[in-house]
Design a protein around this ligand. Structure first.
Ligand SMILES: *[C@@H]1O[C@H](CO)[C@@H](O)[C@H](O)[C@H]1NC(C)=O
Ligand SMILES: *[C@@H]1O[C@H](CO)[C@@H](O)[C@H](O)[C@H]1NC(C)=O
Length: 371
């Protein structure tokens, strides 16, 4: 017995001892190893991660540090800036586009929410394109990153990443919106939300994160274009009268007349061969959700022409930006007057169906139809 159990136990002990030595060695050497120092850089980092780069977190952040360095909060939000990598977007969109094309060929539009639930791989719902300044706090975009692909254009960043570059910082948000459309023409996401980048503002129905989450996608599929502000004040139902110049003023009308004149003068350049409508109106403020089909209602060269007009014009940005601002709804829907009643817009598009006192147009302007 002894001669049997003896060697057996000592053999086991030997294994335990070796194991203990291994563990102790690992624990002793671990603090000096480089693995410990590569915390979160494994995602999308465009550069091969070497130990020396990994040591300095700021190197990874560098591409956008210049535009956001004064705001410590913004620096901590680097995932936003690394996330919108076109490569991720391209590959996922290419397969999605095919899948969708097949789906729409066989089934009819009603698809989206159920289709998404059935998909095993989660597809982005679309893109959020922000025309922000380096002073705009766009941290909120991060909260939507799981569902939407983010394109935070910083218009006054002197050296933006290539995929977020614009030809010139001119014409306010119009330059960004048009550039996004032109650059992504062949792989446009099925939905795009164009925004200014502010989290809350009178330009929209409340907090933007809540608003985007509450956006009813089936309503977007059928409407094609949804303004992020439903209130008629100060632009509906007859803000621009490019032929007769007799609009009833509602609200402060900042640069309204200049924009109206700009629209009359630019109309033939922007929409060659189309008669100028007598009235142009849509809910204020150049922030909207739109479908790929609505964008592609016009040809790519139409958008290129609009951008060229901005690049050429001698109008100040406050006016040239407004010329396009007043025209987005027309561009996307072909309705010169696109003013869904505010309560219907809020309820159908965003599920905000409670009673609310919407500002009523002044004397001389039409009221929305009663329901
Ligand atoms: C924003 O950009 C401008 C011009 O590019 C620069 O002068 C300014 O310091 C930047 N501001 C912030 C807050 O980064
Ligand atoms: C912009 O200016 C160029 C050069 O003058 C001209 O050829 C072009 O037609 C203009 N484009 C638009 C859209 O105004």
């Amino acid at each position: 017995m002894r001669s049997f159990t003896g060697p057996f136990l000592s053999g086991r002990l030997r294994i335990v001892a070796y194991a203990a030595i291994c563990v102790l060695t690992f624990i002793c050497l671990y603090p000096f190893s480089d693995y410990r120092k590569l915390p979160f850089v494994h995602h999308d980092a465009p550069i091969a991660v070497t130990a020396s780069i990994a040591h300095s977190t700021s190197t990874v952040v560098e591409p956008l540090a210049s535009s956001v360095e004064s705001s410590p909060a913004a620096v901590s939000s680097t995932p936003i800036f690394q996330q919108p990598s076109l490569s991720t977007f391209k590959t996922s969109t290419a397969s999605k586009t095919k899948a969708r094309a097949t789906a729409t060929a066989t089934a009819k539009p009603s698809a989206s929410p159920t289709q998404q639930a059935e998909n095993h791989v989660k597809e982005p719902l679309g893109a959020i394109v922000a025309a922000a300044m380096n002073t705009t706090d766009i941290d909120w975009m991060h909260e939507l990153a799981d569902d939407w692909t983010l394109f935070p254009y910083i218009v006054n960043n002197p050296s933006p990443p290539l995929e977020l570059s614009i030809p010139q910082n001119k014409g306010h948000e119009a330059m960004v919106y048009l550039t996004f459309i032109i650059n992504h023409w062949d792989r446009l996401p099925s939905r795009v939300i164009f925004v200014h980048g502010h989290r809350s503002s009178w330009h929209q129905e409340g907090d933007i994160v809540t608003l985007v989450r509450s956006l009813r996608l089936p309503a977007l599929e059928s409407a094609g274009y949804i303004p992020l502000r439903c209130d008629w004040y100060p632009s509906c139902p007859a803000e621009i009268r490019p032929v007769t110049h007799d609009a009833v003023q509602w609200g402060p009308g900042v640069h309204r007349e200049d924009a109206e004149r700009g629209i009359s003068d630019a109309w033939e350049t922007l929409f060659p061969g189309v008669a100028v409508p007598e009235t142009i109106a849509s809910q204020c403020c150049a922030q909207f959700a739109v479908t790929r089909e609505a964008i592609q209602r016009r040809e790519k060269k139409a958008y290129e022409g609009m951008r060229e007009w901005i690049l050429n014009t001698t109008l100040i940005d406050d006016v040239s930006g407004r010329v396009l601002e007043k025209l987005w709804a027309y561009i996307m829907t072909n309705d010169a007057v696109h003013c869904p009643p505010p309560q219907q817009c809020a309820c159908d598009y965003f599920g905000q169906c409670g009673d609310r006192d919407w500002p009523v147009p002044p004397e001389g302007l039409q009221m929305w139809p009663s329901q």
